[in-house]
Design a protein around this ligand. Structure first.
Ligand SMILES: Cc1cc2nc3c(=O)[nH]c(=O)nc-3n(C[C@H](O)[C@H](O)[C@H](O)COP(=O)(O)OP(=O)(O)OC[C@H]3O[C@@H](n4cnc5c(N)ncnc54)[C@H](O)[C@@H]3O)c2cc1C
Length: 378
C-alpha cells in the first residue's frame, strides 16, 4: 500500500481523492487534509449575495465523504518540505509516497492600498456576508466593480457579479439612482473566447454598466472615497474589488514557487509534476497555462490520477493535461451561458460560447449536483 497525501479538499483535491478511490483503492491509501470541516462551491457566494441563501445552506460537510480508502483529516497544514515530502500540520506529521498540493489561492487585499479599509469583495464567505449586509442599506450612488489584479478565480465571476447586482438593484427600485462602472486591467472579459467576451460586453452595455477594459485601480483613498487610476481618480459610494490572488503562505514558505511565474507553483504543464520527485500541484495554486477555475483544477486532478496510476504500475503516463473545462456564466433573469474551453489539446486554445438560456441554468445546477455525488458518494 502506498500513501497519497492530498493537501486541500477543494475542487482539485476532492476530484483526485474520488478518482484514486475509484481506480486504485486496492493499491493506495489516500489521506485528504483540509482546515475546514466542509466544502463550498465558489459560485455559492453569488447565491449568498444575491439570492438570500444562508452560508450554512451551501456548506457540504466532509463528514459525508464515503469513498473507500480515503481518510479525511481536518487539520491546518503548517509546513511542507517538498524535497522529503515531509508535511507538518497542527495535529500531525506525514511522509507520504506521493504528495499532491491542492491548496488553492489566497487573497492579498493589502496589495491594493486602502482596499481593506474601504472596499468590499465577494470572493470569501466573510467578505460576501459583509457585502450582503452593506447592500441591504445601499440606497443608490456610484458603484465601482474592479478587477484589481490578474490572475483571479473564475474569469466570468466579476461580470456575473455586475449583472446580478444590476438585477438586484433594479428589483429593489434603486438602480435608476445608481451608476455602475466595471473596471479591469484585461483587454477583454474572456480573452480565449471572443464570442463570450462580445456577449458579456454587450450585456453590460444593455444594462447601462460602464465598462473600462485595460484600466487598473492602483489604490483607494478611503478619506475621499476615490479609486486611484493612472487616468485620474474616480469617486464611489460603494467599491467592490476582486482582490489580488496569491499562493497560501505555507506554499510560499515551502520553496515550491521557485521557478513559477509571479509566485505560483512551477509545474510541468502536461503532467502537473513539480520539480520535486513524486510531488504534484493542481488547481489555483499551480502555474499551469489555464485560468484559475474549479473546472481546470478538476481536469488537472484527472491527469494526476492517471499519472499516479501509471507510476504505481511502472508505466509511462498516457494522459497529458489538456486544460479543458466548461464554465457556466450567470447573466441574470435565471439565464446562464456557457463557454467550453480547451486550452492545450490543439495548436491554439479554443472556447466556443453558448448563449444564455434556462436550459443551461438547469445544466449548471445538474453539473454541481453530479460533482457532489461523485466527490462524496462511494
Ligand atoms: C465568486 C466565485 C465564483 C466562482 N464560480 C466558478 C464556477 O462557476 N466554475 C468554476 O469552475 N470555478 C468557479 N470559481 C473558482 C473556483 O472556486 C476555484 O477556482 C476552485 O475552487 C479552485 O480549486 P482548488 O482545488 O485549486 O482550490 P480550492 O477549491 O480553493 O481548495 C483549496 C482548499 O485548500 C484548503 N486550504 C488552504 N490552505 C490550507 C492550509 N494551510 N491547511 C489546510 N487546508 C488549507 C482550503 O480550505 C480549501 O478547501 C468561482 C470562484 C468564486 C470566488
Amino acid at each position: 500500500m502506498r500513501t497519497v497525501l492530498i493537501l486541500g479538499a477543494g475542487f482539485g483535491g476532492l476530484e483526485l481523492a474520488a478518482r484514486l478511490s475509484g481506480s486504485l483503492a486496492e493499491e493506495v491509501r489516500v489521506v485528504l487534509v483540509d482546515r475546514n470541516d466542509s466544502f463550498t462551491f465558489g459560485f455559492a457566494k453569488l447565491e449568498i449575495l444575491f439570492r438570500g441563501v444562508p452560508p450554512e445552506a451551501v456548506r457540504v460537510p466532509y463528514a459525508g465523504l464515503a469513498h473507500p480508502g480515503v481518510e479525511f483529516r481536518q487539520e491546518e497544514v503548517t509546513a511542507i518540505d517538498p524535497r522529503t515530502r515531509h508535511v507538518v500540520t497542527d495535529r500531525s506529521e506525514y511522509e507520504p509516497d506521493i504528495l499532491v498540493v491542492a491548496l488553492g489561492a489566497d487573497y492579498d487585499p493589502a496589495a491594493t492600498p486602502g482596499f481593506a479599509d474601504d472596499g468590499h469583495e465577494y470572493y470569501s464567505i466573510e467578505g460576501t456576508c459583509r457585502l450582503r449586509d452593506r447592500l441591504d442599506s445601499f440606497d443608490g450612488g456610484a458603484v465601482i466593480l474592479a478587477v484589481l489584479s490578474v490572475p483571479f478565480k473564475c474569469p466570468p465571476a466579476p461580470y456575473e457579479g455586475a449583472m446580478l447586482l444590476h438585477e438586484m438593484l433594479t428589483r429593489r427600485g434603486v438602480r435608476d439612482r445608481t451608476r455602475m462602472h466595471m473596471i479591469t486591467p484585461m483587454d477583454s472579459p474572456i480573452p480565449v473566447s471572443p464570442d463570450t467576451s462580445a456577449a458579456i460586453v454587450e450585456a453590460l452595455a444593455r444594462r447601462d454598466i460602464e465598462y473600462s477594459p485595460g484600466r487598473r485601480v492602483h489604490a483607494l483613498d478611503p478619506s475621499r472615497h476615490m479609486a486611484v487610476t493612472r487616468d485620474g481618480d474616480l469617486a464611489y459610494d460603494l467599491f467592490i474589488g476582486i482582490p489580488k490572488h496569491r499562493v497560501p503562505d505555507v506554499v510560499e514558505a515551502s520553496g515550491l514557487t521557485v521557478g513559477g511565474t509571479d509566485g505560483w507553483i512551477a509545474v510541468d504543464p502536461r503532467t502537473l509534476e513539480t520539480r520535486y520527485p513524486d510531488v504534484y500541484a493542481i488547481g489555483d495554486c499551480a502555474d499551469a497555462p489555464v485560468p484559475r477555475a474549479g473546472v481546470f483544477a478538476e481536469d488537472a486532478a484527472r491527469t494526476v490520477a492517471a499519472g499516479i496510476a501509471a507510476k504505481l504500475r511502472g508505466s509511462t503516463p498516457s494522459e497529458k493535461y489538456l486544460g479543458r473545462g466548461v464554465c457556466h456564466i450567470e447573466f441574470g433573469g435565471g439565464l446562464v451561458g456557457k463557454v467550453d474551453a480547451d486550452f492545450l489539446s490543439g495548436p491554439a486554445p479554443v472556447a466556443p460560447f453558448s448563449a444564455p438560456s434556462e436550459e443551461l441554468a438547469r445544466e449548471k445546477a445538474e453539473s454541481a449536483a453530479a460533482r457532489l455525488d461523485r466527490w462524496f458518494t462511494r
